[in-house]
Write a protein that binds this ligand. Structure first.
Ligand code: FNR
Length: 190
């Protein structure tokens, strides 16, 4: 059966450039990988008072992360950090501490923005956030200045060869990272 990667896009808008990048990553991944696009927009803001009975949207989200072999986060940069909606999803997943869905999870990240720094600073923040979760964060940086505005089509076709190669390399590395991680967990002594 295929290795599964949960795809989390940190922007909710229909025309999201990051969703385009996420579609490109999916297209450029090997056929051994099955992506599950996981909704992060339906959860309420984290509120400890809801812990007694977690909303359905939250339990659906954490179940999706748990069953995935790995995670791909494709996020915009909002004011030099990740989007609040992605942070909210990470916060829900991190609780309760003994059931943190991010622990030991292999995670790759990418992002794009029309600006020159193409989400580089947001990704630095995201690494910092994931470090405390005990996640395995894939080395390497994939941030992309989205220029021209036709760089990736709405269906995820990359229109520049060098960028396609760069994103394709990320997709291949992420697949190998998640697959190798699954193998090493399987061979762990009881
Ligand atoms: C932005 N944008 C932005 N871009 C950037 O490169 N660095 C930043 O710090 C910010 N800050 C920021 C804050 C907020 C609240 C918004 C709405 C936008 C611009 C952002 O990169 C641009 O809107 C992208 O198109 C957002 O990603 P999606 O929605 O296209 O995936």
């Amino acid at each position: 059966s295929k290795t599964t990667i949960a795809m989390l896009v940190g922007s909710l808008r229909e025309g999201s450039l990051n969703a385009r990048l996420a579609r490109a990553v999916e297209k450029l991944s090997p056929e051994t990988i099955a992506f599950e696009w996981v909704d992060i927009g339906s959860m309420p803001f984290y509120n400890g008072d809801l812990e007694g009975q977690r909303p359905e949207s939250v339990t659906a989200f954490t179940a999706a992360i748990k069953r995935a072999d790995g995670v791909c986060m494709v996020t915009p940069e909002y004011n030099r950090s990740i989007s609040a909606v992605l942070k909210n999803a990470i916060d829900w997943g991190s609780k309760p501490v003994d059931d943190n869905v991010w622990r030991d999870k292999p995670i790759g990240m990418a992002g794009t923005s029309p600006g020159a720094l193409g989400t580089a600073l947001a990704q630095q923040h995201l690494r910092q956030i994931l470090a405390i979760q005990g996640a395995y964060v894939m080395p390497g940086e994939v941030y992309l200045s989205f220029k021209p505005n036709t760089l990736i089509t709405p269906t995820g076709e990359i229109t520049e060869d060098s960028v396609e190669e760069f994103v394709g390399d990320f997709a291949q590395r992420l697949a190998a990272y998640v697959e190798n991680h699954a193998t090493s967990l399987a061979s762990r002594p009881e």
